[in-house]
Each structure stands twice: as structure tokens, then as C-alpha cells.
Write a protein that binds this ligand. Structure first.
Ligand SMILES: Nc1ncnc2c1ncn2[C@@H]1O[C@H](COP(=O)(O)OP(=O)(O)OP(=O)(O)O)[C@@H](O)[C@H]1O
Ligand SMILES: [Mg+2]
Length: 233
């Protein structure tokens, strides 16, 4: 028997959301940010979540990565129910298995690219030598091997985002979740971030992006639209 397609399509499911709702309680009112969303992210997926501003994309991304928990419904991450875990257990799972990338990079300005990528490695207790080697490997992977000692202020916008992506990859997470990763970038720099995501995905990294960037969305393997807290059929 010959193997049936790429291994990443058969290895399993990273995260499953079932009938998830998220209400934000404000003084005197409730914002229903998600109104019953179900979806499954298989290993090796590259999913783009699109939809109007305020439709619930960031909220959904946070629930998929255990940054937040649903008001109702459940999210299973690597077959564990995130809603029934303690805050500490969720934080620890997140540190190891979820790589987060944000619109504004969230790099520490006083640290070099290498030191920024080393942070999540220090948090899981790696020693200095291994930390440095792994951080360097991740930066080489995003084509920044020649910028290890630059601080964020000494990098272009696209390079900063690539450092943030290298940091997200530091602990070999099961999934990378990116919220508007090209929101601050010009067109050609956005394309280079899309190219990087595609290359990482071709190498087996599971990626979910929430985005308004149609070119990024079209470059993903599949696309799902959220409108008013629901996934459009
Ligand atoms: N912490 C919060 N407290 C109260 N309401 C919130 C909170 N976070 C989000 N919301 C509301 O929930 C809804 C969904 O917000 P969300 O940030 O998920 O939208 P989005 O699709 O990511 O929008 P954008 O494209 O502008 O980033 C919005 O109506 C927003 O005002
Ligand atoms: Mg958002």
C-alpha cells in the first residue's frame, strides 16, 4: 500500500469548537460576540477567518487558543476541554502548544530579535545554550539570520512581524494563531508574510489567521466567514 497523501492530513485534529457562544457582560447590557460556532481545525490546516469588523473574529481566535473560554459550548484542544482546565493549566498549554501573532507584533523594544524569540523558551525552562540555538534556528527559518542582534526599532515592519512569527514558533506549537498579522504592513510586505505562512504550512505548521486582507485570505488553504457572531454557510 502506498501512503495516502501527506502525513499531516492524517495525523489528527488540533482543535474542535462545538456550538460555542461568547457573551461579554457590560454594565447593563450583554454583547453577544459569538452566537453558536462549530468548527474543526485538522493538523496541517491553513484557515483564514474573514468577516466585517466586530463580527467576532478575534473573539473566536482567542477561544481556539485558550486565551479565553466560551460562555457556552466547548473547545477541545488536542482532545482536552479548555473550559474545564484551571487558568494555570490553560496558560501552560498555551505556552507550549499555541503560537500567537498579533497585528502590532508585541515585541519587547529593549530586547534584540534573538532575545525576543528566546523569551518563550526561557519560560519553559530551557538553558541558555539551547535557548540561543533554538531561537537562532527559528530566526533563520523566517530569513532573519542576519538580524539576530537588531532591536525591534532597528527592523522594518515586515521584519518585526517575522520576528513575532519566529517567537510564535519557538516552542514548536501545535498551532499558530495570527490576528490581523498584516494589518500594519504595506502590500508587498504583507505578501512576504503570506509567503512565509505558506512556506511554514507546506512544512506542516497548522495556521489560523483572522484577517481583513483578502490576498492573505485567498492564499490560505480554506476560508471561513464570520458574520454577526456566526459562521456563514
Ligand atoms: N472585552 C470585551 N468586552 C465587551 N465587548 C467586547 C470585548 N471584546 C470584544 N467585544 C465586542 O464583541 C464583538 C466582537 O469583537 P471582535 O473583537 O471579536 O471582532 P472582530 O471581528 O475581531 O473585529 P475587527 O475586525 O474590528 O478586529 C464586537 O461587537 C466587540 O465590540
Ligand atoms: Mg479583531
Amino acid at each position: 500500500m502506498s501512503p495516502a497523501g501527506p502525513a499531516r492530513d492524517t495525523r489528527g485534529v488540533i482543535v474542535v469548537a462545538t456550538d460555542v457562544t461568547r457573551d461579554y457582560r457590560m454594565s447593563g447590557s450583554i454583547v453577544r460576540a459569538l452566537r453558536g460556532v462549530s468548527l474543526s481545525i485538522p493538523e496541517g490546516d491553513f484557515l483564514a477567518i474573514t468577516g466585517p469588523s466586530g463580527s467576532g473574529k478575534s473573539t473566536l481566535l482567542h477561544l481556539l487558543g485558550g486565551v479565553d473560554v466560551p460562555t457556552a459550548g466547548n473547545v477541545r484542544f488536542l482532545d482536552r476541554d479548555l473550559g474545564s482546565m484551571s487558568v494555570e493549566a490553560r496558560a501552560s498549554l498555551r505556552l507550549r502548544e499555541v503560537g500567537l501573532v498579533f497585528q502590532r507584533f508585541h515585541l519587547l523594544p529593549m530586547l534584540t530579535a534573538l532575545e525576543n524569540v528566546e523569551l518563550p523558551l526561557a519560560a519553559v525552562g530551557l538553558g541558555p545554550g539551547e535557548r540561543r540555538a533554538r531561537a537562532e534556528e527559528r530566526l533563520v527559518r523566517v530569513d532573519l539570520g542576519d538580524r539576530l542582534d537588531h532591536r525591534p526599532g532597528e527592523l522594518s515592519g515586515g521584519q518585526r512581524q517575522r520576528v513575532a512569527i519566529a517567537r510564535a514558533l519557538a516552542n514548536d506549537p501545535a498551532i499558530v494563531l495570527a490576528d490581523e498579522p498584516t494589518g500594519e504592513l504595506d502590500r508587498s510586505t504583507s505578501r512576504s508574510v503570506l509567503d512565509l505562512f505558506r512556506r511554514l504550512n507546506d512544512d506542516g505548521t497548522t495556521i489560523v489567521v483572522a484577517t481583513h486582507d483578502l490576498e492573505l485570505a485567498e492564499g490560505a488553504r480554506r476560508r471561513l466567514e464570520v458574520v454577526d457572531g456566526r459562521v456563514e454557510a
